[in-house]
Ligand binder design. Structure first.
Ligand code: PMP
Length: 295
């Protein structure tokens, strides 16, 4: 993720990654109370575009607020720090990871010391480009009455790690988690869409992280005249689909070739997801032109 000369942003300073340190007594380290984001930048003819940077930082502030963490930066400041981070590291195609972590505190109470760390590195498309073999996880998605599922909280990802590890250990690439009512919720780090009879369906909000890529895919579908419906999706509807795909900043739009023992009949190249992916690749290059940095 970093070399000796990689610069990171930490609490208003630019430091070599190897010199950026955190306390072993951080409440985030012990109890998982911290929030983060995952953002991508794309190289274009003018330099690069940080895709939906404002939306990502708005979600970071929202996640922080739900966890009673006071962030000392505005969305605008965080966006401009991100452009500077990429400029300073000569990065164009990059994955950006802002992390808000707390100071030393072993209590279970809100902590005054709030640290903001932002780093970036070159990261290939998560889950690759080949259709993914997905497994319905034996782990349920975290219950919305127990955690703020709509927030991107550090500790929530132990649920994702358990599901991914189980999937990988049993010969699959990725997990699909069901919610407490047995409906499809999402992947370990991505939302899910299914295609059936030329239409798209995706789980409604409530038991998912409402992804920025998910919203983009819904917008693109409407632009293309594809019907997309947000509704609860049962396990049998998932298995009976023509095909399906994951959406996420890291995974972008990633085809699902099979779920458990069910192989989807529709080829990826013939699917709506494939067409949407071509459109998505165009959109990420220029969507936020007003924030364009010329390098
Ligand atoms: N669900 C979960 C659990 C995630 O971690 C992510 C990645 N942030 C997503 C969905 C997709 O969100 P986005 O499209 O905003 O990256």
């Amino acid at each position: 993720y970093y070399k000796d000369n990689t610069l990171v942003f930490l609490n208003g300073e630019w430091l070599p990654a190897s010199e950026a340190n955190a306390s072993l007594y951080s409440q985030t380290m012990h109890y998982g109370n911290g929030v983060f984001e995952g953002i991508r930048a794309y190289k274009n003819e003018l330099g690069f575009n940080v895709f939906k940077a404002h939306e990502h930082y708005q979600r970071l502030l929202y996640s922080a607020q739900l966890m009673h963490i006071d962030l000392p930066y505005s969305v605008e400041e965080l966006v401009s720090i991100t452009y500077e981070l990429l400029d300073r590291n000569n990065l164009t195609d990059a994955y950006i990871r802002p992390l808000v972590y707390l100071g030393a505190n072993m209590s279970l109470e809100p902590v005054d010391e709030v640290n903001v760390f932002i780093c970036a590195w070159k990261w290939e498309k998560y889950l690759g480009t080949q259709p993914v073999k997905a497994k319905i996880s034996s782990y349920q998605r975290i219950h919305p009455a127990a955690q703020h599922v709509e927030a991107k909280v550090v500790g929530h990802y132990t649920n994702s790690i358990l599901a991914t590890t189980e999937a990988k250990k049993t010969g699959y690439d990725e997990a699909i988690l069901l919610d407490h009512d047995g409906y499809v919720s999402e992947g370990s780090g991505a939302n899910i869409f299914i295609e059936k009879n030329g239409e798209l369906f995706t789980p409604s909000r409530g038991n998912i992280l409402p992804g920025i890529t998910r919203s983009t895919v819904i917008e693109l579908s409407r632009d293309l005249g594809i019907r997309v419906t947000e509704k609860p999706i049962s396990k049998s509807q998932l298995l009976d689909a023509d095909t399906a795909f994951f959406t996420g900043t890291a995974a972008e739009i990633a085809p699902i070739g099979s779920v458990d023992k069910t192989i989807y009949p529709l080829q990826w190249e013939d699917s709506l997801g494939y067409n949407l992916y071509q459109m998505y690749r165009q959109k990420v290059l220029f969507n936020d032109l007003q924030n364009q940095t010329i390098i």
